[in-house]
Design a protein around this ligand. Structure first.
Ligand code: NDP
Length: 236
């Protein structure tokens, strides 16, 4: 049985983040859901913050520390897409995706790491994407940010590994959420053909992998990139 920890999940109001928050709650943790809109699942402590605002992120972690205690688990899940071919991609669309998906994650990791270092225990899970290593047509911004998360996790793993803190990356393939609902049918059909599983994932299947990496039992697993993609990336 795991010790109960304070777990923070970003983007816990919908999609994959919501499924992860629900799962960590079932695993017996005290879960704080960081969100900027909507509602978090019942039983999850709601904390409003926009990841693009450093002061808001810092205040959110202070509030979680005060209300629930020091953070033991961080799942940095929130992310956006602003797809477009490179030739037409604006600086703004590149910068916005980097600011939310990469810098926003940095802000959360930095805020949580303090508690973890002190406690000599921590589990950091960054939600990247199969496109981090596979590349994605029209996703120069998104793939750059998601690849950056791998470098971030591995650097954190080196900095904090001796203090009982792990940092790992989960790379989902295609998951049935609002993010993929935007994809044109032709793109969906093309991808489905390339996925050995022959289908998209449900958010709960990503949450299962996160649950393991957030558990005490995964303490010797560090700096790993775990694809949960039905075989699409073949582990790359
Ligand atoms: P959704 O679009 O359904 O949800 C994204 C979440 O991120 C929402 O909760 C959203 O909040 C939150 N968010 C976005 N920007 C900010 C911000 N500035 N501050 C705070 N919260 C923010 O996405 P998914 O559930 O599909 O994806 C979750 C993660 O998984 C993302 O990082 C995504 O890149 C990754 N992923 C998803 C895949 C998929 O197929 N769905 C595949 C591979 C990776 P709000 O509701 O307020 O907008």
């Amino acid at each position: 049985m795991n010790t109960q920890r304070v777990a923070v999940v970003t983007g816990a109001n919908r999609g994959i983040g919501r499924a992860i928050a629900t799962r960590l709650l079932q695993d017996g943790h005290l879960v704080a859901g960081l969100h900027r809109s909507g509602e978090v699942p019942d039983g999850v402590h709601s904390v409003i913050a926009d990841l693009t605002d450093p002061d808001a992120v810092s205040a959110a972690f202070d509030a979680i520390r005060k209300d629930l205690g020091p953070v033991g688990i961080l799942v940095a899940n929130a992310g956006i897409t602003r797809d477009g071919l490179l030739i037409r991609m604006s600086e703004e669309d590149f910068g916005d995706v980097l600011d939310t998906n990469l810098t926003g994650t940095f802000r959360c990791v930095k805020a949580a790491a303090r508690d973890m270092m002190r406690a000599r225990y921590g589990r950091i899970v960054l939600i990247s994407s199969v496109v981090a290593t596979y590349g994605g047509m029209g996703q120069v911004n998104y793939a750059s940010a998601k690849a950056g998360l791998i470098g971030m996790a591995r650097s954190v793993a080196r900095e904090f590994g001796a203090r009982g803190v792990t940092a790992n990356v989960v790379c989902p393939g295609f998951v049935e959420t609002a993010m993929t609902a935007e994809l044109p049918d032709t793109v969906v059909a093309r991808y489905r053909e390339r996925i050995p599983a022959g289908r998209f994932a449900q958010p709960e299947e990503i949450a299962d992998a996160v649950s393991y990496l957030a558990s005490e039992g995964s303490g010797y697993v560090n700096g790993v990139v775990l694809n949960v993609d039905g075989g699409l990336g073949m582990g790359h």
